[in-house]
Design a protein around this ligand. Structure first.
Ligand code: ATP
Length: 375
């Protein structure tokens, strides 16, 4: 102290700025160390496999209520570096495996199980490659394709745009094939999923997937949502006995809710397909949700002829081939069986080292497929 007193004013000034500078320098080093420590902490938090959960509610600036994917609700800490204003109810979040703390936010609140097909990923099926089914093609065009292309036309006439169509019929009658052709023809985004995909291990996941599906569809509109095998979730409601039954009913209710709710975005079309329309819940089938029900029966003789012709149009057939002989046979054949017969006939020719498919090959193929089909 005595030494400081002896200093001149100028020297005292220099001395105090030196002390201040050293203080700031030390403070800076300290903060840098803390940043490194925090970065290390964040890295450690994020390095372990994370659990996917859903954000429920923020309690205060540090804690929140979350729903873990095992179905339980937890009160947990939020990692201090997260942007808390981004946390919203029902948002998908990453939880620490042990502490269940929120350590990450998924950019998009969409489920990763639902994929939207890019234009080049769309199935390569043209209307011309589908034999027969003229009425069905026309109906699906009117209900799905035209509203997407000529939206204004419907508005001018003053009628509501059809929301969805239900395709029903026995297996292998060309339902999926027609949907693929529609997807290729329109420029709309195409989302394909199956009813069974919504039935998940944990409660609440299925209804969330339905919400996400429609959210993605709206975001990428105009879009076509195709739900195959809808009977997995849309069977007639009854007094649910088990938790699993109740969950399936909740999925259906969410589906009905979403189909009613996308009024604000009229450019989402829904196509559903089933083999068992008789088991479906009437609430789903009522006009306003499903406007068109398009039946795909087993082909009659005329349709069988068209399918045989279409499927063999690119094949190297011998002059003796008379497809009419198979068309006339009384068996009830689906398009899938006719396709299998044609493929098998080709294989028979290859087996005999021939480049030309003969009538005999078709006869063997018919016998193999129709017999196995009847079994
Ligand atoms: P599922 O109800 O079992 O899903 P589906 O009705 O959707 O059956 P598709 O997948 O459309 O049946 O058809 C199966 C296969 O049958 C097709 O890949 C195609 O090869 C053939 N097929 C069915 N109908 C026709 C048709 N009308 N023209 C050409 N091929 C057809």
């Amino acid at each position: 102290m005595n030494l400081i007193k002896k200093l001149s004013n100028r020297e005292k000034k220099y001395f105090s700025s030196y002390i201040l500078g050293k203080f700031y320098c030390d403070e800076f080093k300290n903060l840098q160390k803390q940043i490194l420590l925090k970065q290390n902490e964040i890295y450690q938090f994020q390095a372990v496999p994370l659990v996917v959960g859903t954000f429920v509610e923020q309690i205060d600036s540090k804690r929140a209520l979350v729903n873990s994917s095992n179905g339980s609700n937890y009160l947990v800490h939020i990692l201090s570096t997260l942007e808390k204003e981004k946390l919203k109810p029902n948002l998908s979040i990453a939880l620490h495996r042990n502490s269940n703390s929120i350590v990450g936010i998924f950019q998009d609140d969409s489920d990763f199980k639902i994929n939207i097909l890019a234009p080049m990923e769309k199935p390569e099926v043209k209307y011309s490659e589908i034999g027969g089914l003229e009425l069905q093609k026309e109906e699906i065009r009117e209900a799905i394709e035209f509203p997407l292309i000529n939206k204004n036309f419907y508005e001018k006439i003053g009628i509501d745009l059809p929301k969805g169509v239900m395709l029903f019929g026995p297996p292998g009658t060309g339902k999926t094939l027609v949907v693929k052709a529609v997807a290729l023809k329109t420029k709309a985004s195409f989302i394909k999923t199956a009813g069974s995909e919504f039935v998940q291990k944990y409660l609440g996941e299925g209804p969330k997937m339905v919400r996400d599906l429609f959210k993605i569809a709206r975001k990428n509109s105009p879009s076509i949502v195709f739900i195959d095998e809808i009977d997995a979730i849309a069977t007639r409601r009854f007094d649910a006995q088990t938790g699993a039954d109740r969950e399936v009913q909740r999925i259906l209710m969410e589906l009905l809710n979403q189909m009613d709710g996308f009024e604000e975005n009229k450019n989402v079309r829904v196509i559903m397909a089933t083999n068992r329309i008789d088991t479906l819940d009437p609430a789903l089938l009522r006009p306003g949700r499903i406007d068109r029900k398009i039946g795909f029966p087993l082909p009659n003789r005329r349709e069988k002829r068209f399918i045989f012709q279409t499927l063999t149009s690119n094949m190297n057939l011998g002059t003796d081939v008379d497809l009419e002989e198979f068309v006339r046979k009384p068996h009830k054949l689906s398009g899938a069986v006719i396709s299998a017969i044609s493929q098998e006939a080709g294989l028979q020719a290859i087996r005999r080292n021939r480049f030309v498919i003969m009538q005999r090959d078709f006869e063997i193929a018919y016998g193999l497929n129709v017999i196995s089909d009847e079994i």
